[in-house]
Every structure is written in C-alpha cells, then in structure tokens.
Design a protein around this ligand. Structure first.
Ligand code: UDP
Ligand code: MG
Length: 310
C-alpha cells in the first residue's frame, strides 16, 4: 500500500472543512483500487472562525485526519510549506478547501504518476469564468511579463492543485526561503510534469481571501522572487539618461558658442530636474524592494509558528 497525503490550507473555512472531507472520501474506492491509502492534513492558517473545531471533530471520528494550527495568519504559502513538512506520504497532493480543485481528478492524476512515469501532475484552468474582467486582464499581463523577465517557467492559470512524488516534495522542502512564491518554486525545481486542464470552478462556500490589491502585491512578490530584470532595467535607464545628458551638454555648448549666452531656459531646467529626480527615486525604490526582501531573508525568521498539532 502507498500513502497519499492530502494537504488542505484553510483560512476561515469552517463550512468547507467537513464538506471537503465528504467530497474527498467519495474517491476512496477508486484510490483503494490503486492500492493507495489516504491521509488528510488540514493546515489552519490562524482562522478566526470555527475551522479548528471542525477539523478536531473530523479527527475524533477518523484518525487519518491531521491538524496543524498556526499561531496567526501566515499566508497560504506558509500553509503549503507546513503541510509538505508534515506529510508522510509517498505521494502528496495540495488542494484548496473550497473545492475549486475537484477531487474527482485524483484517480486520473495517479494514473499519470504510476503508469506513465511522471514525477508530478499539475493543473491549470483554461478559463477565468466568473472572475472580474480587469482582474483577468492584469493576471494575463503578469504572466506574459514573467515569461520575458524570468527564466523560471510560471504557467498562466496554473493552480496550486498538484500531485507529487516524494522526491519533488523533498526538493520543494529544501527551498527554505522566507519569501515563498510557490508557483515559481514549482517551476524552479523542475521534474517531469504532466499538465491537466479544466474549466474554472467557482468556490462552493465562504469568500475568496484575495482582493485586487493583495493580488497586485502578490504579483510583485513573484517578480522580485524569480527575476532580477528590474535591476537590469534600472541600469539601462541610468545609461540612457547619461547619454541624454551628454547630448544636451554638447547642444548647450554649441548653442552658446554660436548664438552667445542668453540667460533664458530655466523652465526647461526645472522640467529636466524634476524628471530626473523622479527617475532616480523610482530606481532607488526598485533597488530598495530587493534590499527589503534580502533583509527579511537575512533575519532568518521561521516561515510559520505552530500553536497546536494533532
Ligand atoms: N488560504 C490560506 N491562508 C490565507 C488565504 C487563503 O490558507 O491567508 C487558503 C484558503 O482557505 C483556501 C486556499 O488558500 O483553501 C485558496 O484561497 P481562496 O479560495 O481564497 O483563493 P482563490 O481560490 O480565490 O484564489
Ligand atoms: Mg478558491
């Protein structure tokens, strides 16, 4: 018998915890046919509702249900890391509590792992049905940009719903960075990956934890964690402005020699100064962003803190 660990990060998902459990167990027969046993790890990410109580209830009647509860909200990426650490399975799968990742795909995913020799099976949604148009637009732009500025493959529409063999899990666990952009980490570790596609499924109960601003910051995290292109951009911009200044100097000297030295021209001077100081602050800001990420890494703080474990 092989063991399959299901990791479910939960933040305020009291309604979804038991519902997810029921839906997952519907696949039990199909898994048993493949000689695969289940273990379910709910990672409570500092929920403020009854999520922990719901998991404890499940744990009482089914000892295959485990709980890791954080001392506060550390974010989904930390939840994933904690779950991977706790998982004992030969196979590990990450799933959202809101059933946007259909458990019915599990047997097919296992087929690719066991019969076709893949190391991991990943999923991506091909539609963004039910999502605001502006949000879809920015998401697409982000992925297009990443394709150009990062060498790590980050797939548009990729979900965190992913089934992995033990070596992949160990590879991910070996990346102990504090700023965890999981979509990038998956791409970075590599391995043979089979992609499954499905249409977007809307969440069953409760509300999404993401708003536009949070997603925007998340995309910045992704860029900073998996690309140094902004730093190169800053250098090129600096060179460009040096060149521009050089041309202006020559122009001014020639004009003074040929036409004398009129004292006009201070409005244009003000424009140039404000433009250049703006550009300088922007560049300083970009460098500062990398510095702040470095600062957080160097502090070497734990990625999450556990309050309770079952
Ligand atoms: N989640 C979490 N910590 C957070 C935010 C979300 O563990 O700080 C979990 C959440 O409970 C859910 C999954 O991550 O199981 C995906 O979150 P959500 O459905 O809100 O995101 P979306 O599907 O809208 O991208
Ligand atoms: Mg969701």
């Amino acid at each position: 018998m092989k063991l399959l660990s299901v990791i479910v990060p939960c933040y305020n998902e009291e309604e979804n915890v038991p519902y997810f459990y029921e839906e997952l167990l519907k696949q039990e027969a199909a898994l048993e046919e493949r000689q695969v046993q289940l273990e379910i790890i709910y990672v409570d990410d500092g929920s403020k509702d009854r999520t922990v109580e719901e998991v404890k209830k499940l744990h009482q009647k089914d000892e295959r249900v485990h709980l890791v509860s954080f001392s506060r909200n550390f974010g989904k990426e930390a939840g994933i890391y904690a779950g991977l650490k706790k998982a004992a399975g030969d196979y590990v799968v990450l799933m959202d509590a809101d059933l946007q990742d259909p458990p019915s795909l599990l047997p097919e995913m296992l087929h690719y792992l066991e019969d076709e020799g893949y190391d991991s099976v990943a999923t991506r949604r091909v539609t963004r049905k039910g999502e605001p148009v502006i949000r879809s637009f920015f998401a697409r732009t982000f992925y297009r940009l990443m394709k150009h500025i990062s060498r790590t493959e980050i797939v548009d529409g990729a979900r965190d719903y992913r089934l992995m063999k033990r070596p992949v899990v160990d590879a991910i666990l070996s990346m102990t960075e504090y700023n965890r952009f999981t979509k990038g980490i998956f791409g970075w570790v590599g391995f043979q990956t089979k992609w499954l596609e499905y249409e977007n499924i809307e969440r069953t109960k409760g509300e999404t934890k993401w708003n536009f601003w949070k997603l925007f910051l998340y995309s910045l995290d992704g860029i900073l964690a998996f690309s140094t292109a902004p730093l190169a951009f800053v250098s090129v911009l600096g060179l460009l402005f040096c060149f521009l200044a050089f041309v202006l100097i020559i122009f001014t000297i020639v004009r003074t020699v040929v036409f004398g030295d009129p004292t006009s021209g201070w409005p244009s001077l003000v424009c140039i100064i404000s433009l250049i100081s703006g550009v300088q602050l922007l560049c300083l800001g970009i460098v500062g962003q990398y510095l702040s990420k470095m600062y957080m890494e160097v502090k070497n703080r734990p990625i999450y803190l556990v309050k309770e474990e079952l």
